[in-house]
Design a protein around this ligand. Structure first.
Ligand code: GDP
Ligand code: IMO
Ligand code: MG
Length: 431
C-alpha cells in the first residue's frame, strides 16, 4: 500500500494539525518527515486545545503509531515539554511514539546561533522562530551534526562538547553576547542543563531504524499518512528564498525524510486557507495592510502557534497555489477557515501578477515590490457557518467560491473546514 501525504501549500499554518487529526482514523501510522519545533500544529476537540511542535498530530488516537522520521530535527527539551503537557491531560504520548535514530538533534548552541545570525542580518532578518532550525540543518549538510542515535554512545558528551565549541567560536566571531539571552525563559547554562536531562529522557522513548519500520509497514499494506510541516512557499528550494525554512517541505521531502521510494508515494493531499497568511519576513504579494487584513487577523485569530507573533494576512493567491500544486503533484485539496471569510460582503482572489509591468501567472524567483497582484472580485456569502454540517447546506456563494478555485487549479476540493474543532469539517460530496 502506498503512503499518503498531507502538506501545506502556502506559508505554513494552513491547519495541517487539525486535518491530520481528522484523517487519523483512516490510517495506522502518522509520520512527520521534515522540520522541527518551528512547527506549531493545533488540534481542538472536546473543548481541549493542543499545540504540537514535534510530535505528529495522530498522537491522540492510542491505536495509531506516530513516527518522527529521520528528516525531522529534534530538540529534546521541547519534545520533553510536549510529552509532559500531554501527560497533564492524561495522554501518554510515549505509548505510541517512535523516533528515528537518524533524526538530527538541535543543540542549545544551535539556538544561540540562530539568534546570532538573525541579529547579524539586521533589517534583512528571516523572522526565524529561533528554534535553531537553520543552524541544525546546516550542521547536518555540513556533516557535523549529532543524531538521536548518538545519544546511546559513550562518546556523546565529547562529540557534543566538540560541536558546542565550534558554535561558540562562531558566536564569538559575531560578538554575540548571550550572557543575558534567554532560551525559552532560561539562561544558557540552565537551558543546557535542562536539555541534557531531557536528552536522557528521550532515550526512554522507542528509538528505531525508522526507514526499516516504514518500509516494513508499506510491505504489510498498512495505511500511512505523512504529515508536513511549514508550507510549500517556505520550502528551501522553491519557497521565497532566503525567507524560507531550511528543509524540503514538499512531497519530495517525504522520500528523503522517511526513506520511502517515490513509487511508494500515493495520494498527495494539499491544504490551503481560503485566504493567505505569513509569519516572519519575506515577500507576500497579496498582503493587506488595511482594515481587511486586520479583519482576517481578528476573525482567524491569526497569531503564531509557536511564537505568538501576529500573522500577516491577505487574499488568496492563485498563482502561488497553482505553483504549489505543480511542485507537489497534489491530487486533492482541503480548504480551511472558510468561516473567516464570512465577514466579507465581497472577496478578492489574485489571478495573475504584474511583474515589472508584464502580466504573468508564474511565481517569479523574487516576488518583491515589483510583483503586483491582479485581482478578481467575487461575491461573498457574508453569513455565519455555525451549525452547518453538510456541503449542500453551505451558502451558495461559498459553493461558488469552492467551484471557482477548483476550476482554476484543476484539482478537486474534498474538504471545507468551517472552524478549529474536529467536528467543524465538511466533506464535499459533489466531488
Ligand atoms: P498548522 O501549523 O498548519 O497545523 O496550523 P496552525 O495550527 O498553526 O494554525 C491554524 C489555526 O487555525 C489554529 O489555531 C487552528 O485551531 C485554526 N483553525 C483550523 N481550521 C480552522 C477553521 O476552519 N476555521 C477557523 N476559524 N480556525 C481554524
Ligand atoms: P507550521 O508547521 C508558519 C517561518 C518563520 C520564518 C521562516 C524561517 O506550524 O506551519 P525557521 O524557524 O524555520 O528558521 O523560520 O519560516 N516558519 C513558519 N511559519 N508556520 C510554520 O510551521 C513555520 N515554521 C517556520 O516564521 O519566517
Ligand atoms: Mg502552525
Amino acid at each position: 500500500m502506498k503512503l499518503d501525504v498531507l502538506l501545506g501549500l502556502q506559508w505554513g499554518d494552513e491547519g495541517k494539525g487539525k486535518i491530520v487529526d481528522v484523517l487519523t482514523p483512516k490510517y495506522d501510522i502518522v509520520a512527520r518527515f521534515q522540520g522541527g519545533p518551528n512547527a506549531g500544529h493545533t488540534i481542538e476537540f472536546d473543548n481541549n486545545k493542543f499545540i504540537l511542535h514535534t510530535i505528529p498530530s495522530g498522537i491522540f488516537d492510542a491505536e495509531k503509531t506516530n513516527l518522527i522520521g529521520n528528516g525531522v530535527i529534534i530538540d529534546p527539551y521541547i519534545i520533553n515539554k510536549e510529552i509532559n503537557n500531554l501527560k497533564e491531560k492524561n495522554i501518554d504520548a510515549t505509548r505510541n511514539l517512535l523516533i528515528s535514530k537518524r533524526a538530527h538533534l538541535i543543540l542549545p548552541t544551535h539556538r544561540l546561533l540562530d539568534a546570532t545570525y538573525e541579529k547579524a542580518k539586521g533589517e534583512l532578518k528571516i523572522g526565524s522562530t529561533l528554534k535553531g532550525i537553520g543552524p541544525t540543518y546546516s550542521d547536518k549538510t555540513g556533516r557535523d551534526g549529532l543524531r538521536v542515535g548518538d545519544l546511546f554512545f559513550e562518546d556523546f558528551r565529547a562529540k557534543y562538547d566538540h560541536l558546542k565549541e565550534k558554535h561558540l567560536q562562531i558566536i564569538r566571531f559575531y560578538n554575540f553576547d548571550f550572557s543575558d539571552h534567554e532560551i525559552d525563559g532560561l539562561l544558557f547554562d540552565e537551558y543546557e542543563k535542562a536539555w541534557m536531562e531531557a536528552a536522557e529522557s528521550l532515550k526512554k522513548i522507542r528509538v528505531v531504524d525508522s526507514e526499516y519500520f516504514i518500509n516494513d509497514a508499506i510491505q504489510e499494506d498498512k495505511p500511512i499518512l505523512a504529515e508536513g510541516a511549514q508550507g510549500t512557499m517556505l520550502d528551501i528550494d522553491f519557497g521565497s528564498y532566503p525567507f524560507v525554512t531550511s528543509s524540503n517541505t514538499i512531497t519530495s521531502g517525504v522520500c528523503s525524510g522517511l526513506g520511502v521510494a517515490p513509487r511508494n508515494v500515493g495520494k498527495v493531499i494539499g491544504i490551503f486557507k481560503a485566504y493567505c497568511t505569513r509569519v516572519g519576513s519575506g515577500p507576500f504579494p497579496t498582503e493587506l495592510d488595511n482594515d481587511d487584513g486586520q479583519q482576517l487577523r481578528d476573525g482567524g485569530k491569526e497569531y503564531g502557534s509557536t511564537t505568538g507573533r501576529p500573522r500577516r494576512c491577505g487574499w488568496l493567491d492563485l498563482p502561488a497555489l497553482k505553483y504549489a500544486i505543480m511542485i507537489n503533484g497534489v491530487d486533492e485539496l482541503i480548504m480551511m477557515k472558510a468561516d473567516v471569510l464570512s465577514a466579507f460582503k465581497s472577496l478578492k482572489v489574485a489571478t495573475h501578477y504584474l511583474v515589472d509591468g508584464e502580466q504573468t501567472e508564474k511565481v517569479p524567483m523574487y516576488a518583491r515590490k515589483n510583483c503586483i497582484p491582479v485581482y478578481k472580485s467575487l461575491k461573498g456569502w457574508n453569513s455565519p457557518l455555525d451549525g452547518v454540517s453538510s456541503y449542500d447546506r453551505l451558502p451558495t456563494e461559498l459553493k461558488q467560491y469552492v467551484r471557482y478555485i477548483q476550476g482554476e487549479v484543476g484539482v478537486p476540493i474534498r474538504i471545507v473546514s468551517t472552524g478549529p474543532d474536529r467536528t467543524q469539517t465538511i466533506f464535499v460530496d459533489e466531488n
